[in-house]
Write a protein that binds this ligand. Structure first.
Ligand SMILES: [Zn+2]
Length: 239
């Protein structure tokens, strides 16, 4: 391949890398945000059993306090029983005590069913926690990978930019101008490979005569369709 064309191909390689790096710089943080969002959604979803467990647990504590209060009330009633003056008062206190006992029985029944529920929820919550831990580990690894990529991007960019500046200095001004113009109007690709008579930029067929010429000439030939500067690339040889 002609030296000028080789320079352009190398320049194109730099430019394509720089575009890709800039793209990554934008998309990688978005990717991290998406991963975080997905993790948060999963966590919210999977922690339902745990939340339910906490709710029942709170109700359980409430019930225990209720029992404590009932017991305290019953002790007071018993103390007052010692000071009773007449039978009517005595009967009223017995009734009071009876009511308290029934209430206590109801709360105790509630507590028993709660303990059952707590046990089941605790098993579920433990299973879910294990799943969540596994997901968290995977999530953190994935995120770390992206963050590492992101951290190396700036150094990568500077290195490709440096390479580009060096190459640019070797390309004649008019040719560089031509390349930049085509690149600007052709999605950032000014130089394109051709193999088996197909332009890899626009994927159109190159007329046979032009294809022949491309393989022999030292002139720069543009694709008749997309106008990018073409170079012949023998993919069988390079593979
Ligand atoms: Zn083309």
């Amino acid at each position: 391949m002609k030296e000028q064309l080789l320079l352009l191909v190398a320049l194109q390689e730099c430019d394509s890398h720089l575009v890709r790096i800039m793209g990554k710089k934008k998309t990688l943080p978005e990717k991290i945000d998406k991963l975080d969002e997905a993790f948060r959604t999963f966590q919210k979803e999977i922690e339902q059993s745990k939340r339910k467990y906490d709710e029942v647990k709170a109700r359980h504590v409430e019930c225990e306090n209720k029992i404590k209060k009932i017991n305290e009330g019953m002790i007071k009633t018993k103390e007052r029983l010692l000071e009773v003056k007449n039978n009517k008062e005595y009967q009223a206190m017995l009734k009071e005590n009876e009511t308290a006992e029934v209430m206590r029985g109801d709360v105790e029944t509630e507590i028993i069913s709660m303990l059952d529920e707590l046990e089941k929820l605790s098993i579920l919550a433990k299973k879910d926690q294990a799943i969540l831990d596994g997901y968290r580990k995977k999530h953190e690894e994935e995120k770390k990978q992206i963050e590492d990529d992101l951290n190396s991007i700036d150094a990568d960019f500077i290195s490709w930019e440096q390479k580009r500046i060096e190459l640019q200095g070797k390309v004649p001004a008019d040719l560089l101008n031509r390349y930049e113009k085509i690149k600007k109007s052709s999605n950032g690709i000014g130089v394109i490979s051709v193999w088996k008579a197909v332009c890899n930029g626009c994927h159109m067929n190159i007329p046979p005569q032009l294809y022949n010429e491309l393989q022999k000439t030292s002139e720069l030939i543009a694709c008749p369709n997309c106008h990018r500067i073409m170079y012949f690339e023998n993919r069988e040889k390079s593979a």
